[in-house]
Design a binder for this molecule. Sequence first.
Ligand code: HEM
Length: 430
Amino acid sequence: MAQADECRRPPGPRGHWLLGNTPAYDTDRIGFLRRTHREHGDVFAFDERTVFVADPELAHDALARTNSSFLTELTPFDTRPDLDRAAAQADAWMSARRTVWPGLNHAAAAAADGRTVALLDALAGLAAEREVDVLPMMRTYAAHAIAGYCFGRDATGIPELLADNLEITEPFTDTSYRLPAWLPLPRHRRFFRVHRHTVDTLTGIVRRRRADPGRTPADLLGFLLAADPAMGDRTVMSTLRGILMGGHGIPAAALTSIVRELATRPRLAGDLRDEAGSGAPAARLPLAEAVVKEVLRLHPPVWLMTRTARTATTLGGWTLNPGDEVLINPYLIQRDPRWWERADGFDPGRWLSGQAAPRAAYLPFGAGPRVCVGAALALRQLTLATSRLAQAYTVESSNAAGAEPRFHGRLAPSGLRARLRPGGPARHAT
Ligand code: HEM
């Protein structure tokens, strides 16, 4: 590399002579990132192809230039991604995304309110008598919620399929080493098997519904089949597949963090109960919404976003080559005392004060052309779920205080267990 180019690479730790920074990172991911951020600043190099970004404006710059200069996250074992193919897939997705968007807006989301509460109550029944693992419970909840939203009564079997899809990605989130897809590893074979089965199952549902035009259920599949101009079966299937994948593991992680806050803050739970009991419509639960926003600030499930340079480009004056990766870190940005008062403190009140949050420094749903397409639906369902949990249950947990966040895949408190005892919280001080 020429001297001039070298100067335009950000600074960063050297790491192990052979293995680089990966062992240190995989031992304690957030510890490594906090340390490196402190020592090297808002943009630092992890290795010669990977750059971390903890600067809000540069994060927004990279997110805003997604689809043009950058591509979103590619499959977990793409050691040599085909950038042209990925760019063509991005173009196809953007067109489908525009079609599906109104099917996920506030008005469409509101129609699912009753189902959100009924589902939550059904699952909470399983945790009424004894503590259960919260993350698996919330994954079950979120999988049923999004499967029902997409397929209505045709959703049978989809939640189980979504659980399989989460399971096959887990081996890839536990380590930062990547192995090529052609290696005949059991985890690769399982990944492709589940992927094929998912595509076949979803395609089957789409075709059966298309063949039965008399039935027009008010679900997302019905919405897409009625789109004008018409979408092909394959596009409908892949669009719904994207929604299903984005719409269960991440909300489940957020709900698990919410349960942890409710378990450790009885006074807050009481205030939420008062709000829910005030007879306000579901859309107007400002405290519950503020709790959700604050949880997403402190514990963003998507704590890292990956971008791959599609072309040779620059970011904040640093040079990037095609294929280089930029890892944007909402966790560090959303806890940075330069942008947030009491940055590490849990304070839902900051969202009720009428003062605008620091715009660029809050990105739990991402930003730019690939901002979360389910944000309105997610915010509404999480707000309602938070309010319902506080209103109808006392959340008790023997390990909430010690349930450490796990920075693998989606950020959530590790091993959190809780009991949801029917009946509101006792009113005592935190
Ligand atoms: C707490 C709830 C949620 C959070 C925090 C969240 C967060 C995010 C973030 C940060 C991204 C952008 C990732 C990136 O730029 O690399 C994203 C994308 C996406 N989300 Fe969500 N999400 C949530 C719920 C949902 C739900 C309920 C759905 C489905 C209805 C959904 C569907 C999607 C899809 C399809 C994308 C990809 C968009 C694209 O690439 O164009 N998300 N989400």
